[in-house]
Design a protein around this ligand. Structure first.
Ligand SMILES: [Zn+2]
Length: 258
């Protein structure tokens, strides 16, 4: 055993005790990790729905903007058509006042040209009308989709927030219990354990049949024996997890693979 700790009330945990603490800590941390995964999934489910909703809303906004542009263009074309109509009227009056064939021919050509322009404008107005109708249909479809997403979110949100509160509460309780276990470890050991855990999801592993149970690395026999005897606390040379001896486990048959 190492030198006695300066704190009088809490004696330094023996290697055996530290191993026992690590064993409990691994279980507690795994439970917390699973709850975190569950929380993540719940959040994701609602986030996915919200993303879909945002996408369809963006579409509707773009379609409405396009609708306004087309509508304005259609209005401008209608106005253009009116002007051409008036021009046509004037040309016809002029035709009545012509004095010779040459003049009449010139006015007739003018009338033909104006008529052609008017036809083009009327075609464009018609096309815009079709485009506007198609756009209106698309907007209605997308608004239906939007309503569907909103309803789904409203329906899911209640259940999800309830689940989040439930799981979150459970996680809080477990985290408190975990910290009570963890504070029995020497601080440098806990720090290393947490470092490895952050990287590998677990910070300690059972030494079983001379191997690290987490990464399956074979531990040098002399080192393995000392660990099994509870002489030293060591990290696995391969994965850096703390290795703990657990005589009760090594005597029993291996756990079911799961
Ligand atoms: Zn290992």
């Amino acid at each position: 055993m190492g030198p006695p700790r300066s704190k009088k009330d809490t004696p330094l945990a023996t290697v055996r005790e530290q191993m026992e603490i690590l064993k409990q800590l691994v279980v507690a941390d795994e439970e917390i990790r699973k709850l975190d995964l569950e929380l993540g999934k719940e959040k994701e489910s609602i986030d996915g729905l919200k993303k879909d909703l945002a996408k369809v809303r963006e579409k509707i906004e773009a379609e409405r903007a396009q609708y306004d542009i087309l509508e304005a263009d259609r209005g401008a074309r209608i106005q253009e058509g009116r002007v051409l109509g008036q021009q046509l009227e004037r040309s016809r009056e002029k035709l009545n006042r012509t004095r010779n064939e040459k003049e009449a021919n010139a006015v007739q050509r003018e009338i033909e040209e104006t008529r052609k322009l008017l036809r083009d404008v009327e075609d464009a107005v018609g096309r815009r009308l079709i485009e506007l109708e198609e756009l209106k249909k698309a907007i209605i479809d997308h608004e239906e989709e939007e309503a569907g997403h909103s309803a789904k979110i409203a329906e899911t949100e209640g259940a999800v927030s309830q689940k989040l509160a439930e799981v979150g509460g459970e996680r809080g309780t477990k985290a408190v219990a975990r910290d009570l276990i963890a504070k029995n470890l020497p601080i440098p050991t806990l720090r290393k354990y947490d470092q490895v855990r952050a990287k590998r999801n677990s910070g300690a592993a059972r030494l079983e049949a001379g191997r690290c149970r987490a990464c399956n690395m074979s531990i040098p026999p002399q080192l393995a024996q000392r660990i099994m005897r509870g002489d030293i606390l060591e990290q696995c040379p391969s994965c850096s997890r703390y290795l703990y001896a657990d005589p009760s486990a090594s005597m029993s048959p291996p756990p079911p693979s799961k």
